[in-house]
Ligand binder design. Structure first.
Ligand code: SF4
Ligand code: SF4
Length: 246
């Protein structure tokens, strides 16, 4: 197997994986989505809610607020959060960043997420406890997203006269003037280029063992860190299965 980082944008990453099966890449995708432990606010005590939203709506929104992750956190960790918001003189938006905690490591990651709008004189006071879980239990624990596609085999033959029709037809604008792919990971295998080639000089088809993986992290870990955690989760599952056979 060969893995190359095509793009590292911190919260997002694009990787190419060569010499693997579709099932393997799909297992990695599922591990990124479902097997990564994360904190989420799971228990809520509603102290005062004079907003237009039912307590259950508010609890659902608070639970989905992305929190930071700490690798050394105890699996039994419980982190207390408080929210004390009031629209004193005029209506206002309550943001996730108003959820406060004394914990130095676990805090709200996406502080700009709007939770609700309070009308003048309305108040929202609550306490919430964040726990560790994975998205297998509830989507609020999902801390990353991943998707993948097959990389293209792009072949032109001797009939090509460099007329440039395929260059113009490509919706992704990834065919160079020398009729080669500039960014294979952006190819959507639409075959517009093949149809535009009247000389039948071009073939595009998916490679069977080369894939592009897109990863996005929702917390303080980078997309590449989340991918490494997913490999560790897959290894732990494989080790547990191996033990069962002994
Ligand atoms: S359309 Fe066909 S002939 Fe024209 S440049 Fe592309 S591959 Fe070559
Ligand atoms: S298959 Fe579609 S996206 Fe890929 S190179 Fe051809 S036209 Fe562009």
């Amino acid at each position: 197997m060969q893995i190359d980082v095509l793009k590292d944008g911190g919260a997002t990453a694009v990787l190419s994986l060569k010499g693997v099966s579709p099932s393997f890449v799909n297992a990695l995708r599922r591990a990124i989505i479902s097997d990564l432990p994360a904190f989420a606010i799971d228990e809520i005590d509603m102290l005062e809610n004079t907003s237009p939203l039912f307590n259950e709506y508010v609890a659902g929104r608070v639970g989905l607020v992305p929190l930071t992750w700490e690798e050394n956190a105890s699996p039994d960790a419980r982190v207390l959060f408080s929210l004390n918001a009031e629209a004193v003189d005029a209506p206002r938006v309550v943001y996730a960043g108003e959820l406060t905690t004394d914990d130095p490591n676990i805090k709200v990651f996406a502080t700009h997420v709007p939770l609700m709008k309070l009308g003048k004189g309305q108040r929202l006071r609550l306490q919430g406890t964040a726990l560790i879980g994975t998205a297998k239990r509830h989507a609020k624990f999902q801390s990353a997203m991943a998707s993948f596609g097959q990389l293209p085999e792009f072949k032109k033959n001797a009939k090509c006269d460099k007329c440039g029709e395929c260059v113009k037809a490509c919706p992704q604008k990834i065919i160079s003037d020398s009729i080669a792919l500039t960014a294979p990971e952006k190819c959507i295998l639409c075959e517009e280029c093949v149809e535009a080639c009247e000389k039948e000089a071009l073939k595009v088809f998916p490679k069977e063992d080369e894939f592009v993986l897109f990863v996005e992290s929702y917390n303080n870990l980078s997309a590449l860190q989340q991918t490494k955690r997913a490999f560790e989760a897959m290894k732990a599952q494989a080790d547990a299965a191996e033990k069962e056979l002994k």
